[in-house]
Each structure stands twice: as structure tokens, then as C-alpha cells.
Design a protein around this ligand. Structure first.
Ligand SMILES: [Zn+2]
Ligand SMILES: [Zn+2]
Ligand SMILES: [Zn+2]
Length: 155
């Protein structure tokens, strides 16, 4: 299940979902409102987690609603591991730093990748999608533990 698109939707910010839906001639359903409310409440959530917190809405429906909400600019997703994508409110702008070993997720300021973004832009005209960006590696503790293991192996 990784059929979500990777476009760059605008941020809808505080704009009302119902108003947006009506402006596009789409139906305002309680499900759409509930899924958005769940993302805002949970912060980072996979479609499975959202479906668990919204009663009577299955995962497939949650995925469909999330795609629509992302298109309209209300939510964004990132990949924090090999599993399902993780959704958050669009106005919550940050970059994820994830430890491979223990799974710790750190929310970092978007300017973390300023250097990379401007270099890509000036060298090749490439525009970095910051909201989608995840930095993978090992956290301080896991890196230390790894160094100790290496040292032990050499003994
Ligand atoms: Zn993606
Ligand atoms: Zn770690
Ligand atoms: Zn985050």
C-alpha cells in the first residue's frame, strides 16, 4: 500500500475543511471531518492508527480521505520507516530525524536542510520537498552502543 502521490500541495492552514469541500463541489462528510480531527489530535499517525481512533471507518476509507485531505493541503505525510506513511497536520512544518536501530523520531526545524536545499536548487534547479524529507541514521545512544560492540569484536 504505497500508492499515495508525492506532489507538493499548498498549505491550507486554518482554512475550514467544510468550506474547501463545498468550494470544490465535494460533499462534506462526517468521516472527512473525523479523519482530519484524528490527524490533528494524534500528531503523527499511520492510516491504521487513524482508523483505530475513528470509530466505524476502515483503513481503506481512511487512506482515501487522507489522499483528499493532502490534495486540499490539510495534511502531509512522511515516511518514518519501512511501513505505512505517517500523517500530520500540514501547518506543522518540520523535518524528521529517525534512528534505524531504536526507532526514535526527532522533529527537527525545517532549516536543518537549508544547505542541501539551496545547493540542489543552484546546481540543478531541483526543488527539495522538505515536508517529505526524512533523515535516517543512528541516534547518539545507538551509535555509542555500536561503537562499543565494534570495540568488543576487535578484542
Ligand atoms: Zn510519500
Ligand atoms: Zn537509537
Ligand atoms: Zn514530525
Amino acid at each position: 500500500m504505497d500508492a499515495h502521490d508525492h506532489s507538493h500541495p499548498p498549505v491550507a492552514g486554518e482554512v475550514d475543511l467544510a468550506a474547501q469541500l463545498r468550494a470544490r463541489g465535494m460533499r462534506v462528510t462526517p468521516q472527512r471531518e473525523q479523519v482530519l480531527a484524528a490527524v490533528r489530535e494524534l500528531g503523527h499517525a499511520t492510516p491504521e492508527q487513524i482508523s483505530e481512533s475513528v470509530e466505524g471507518v476502515d483503513v481503506t476509507t481512511v487512506y482515501r480521505n487522507l489522499e483528499l485531505l493532502e490534495e486540499l493541503g490539510f495534511v502531509r505525510h512522511a515516511h518514518l520507516g519501512h511501513g505505512a506513511p505517517s500523517y500530520r497536520p500540514a501547518e506543522d512544518d518540520h523535518i524528521h530525524v529517525v534512528c534505524h536501530s531504536c526507532g526514535t523520531v526527532v522533529d527537527a526545524a525545517p532549516d536543518l536542510v537549508d544547505g542541501l536545499a539551496s545547493k540542489l536548487r543552484s546546481q540543478s534547479g531541483f526543488v527539495l520537498d522538505r515536508s517529505h524529507f526524512t533523515v535516517f541514521g543512528r541516534c547518539h545512544d545507538c551509535a555509542d552502543a555500536g561503537a562499543e560492540q565494534n570495540a568488543a569484536a576487535k578484542r
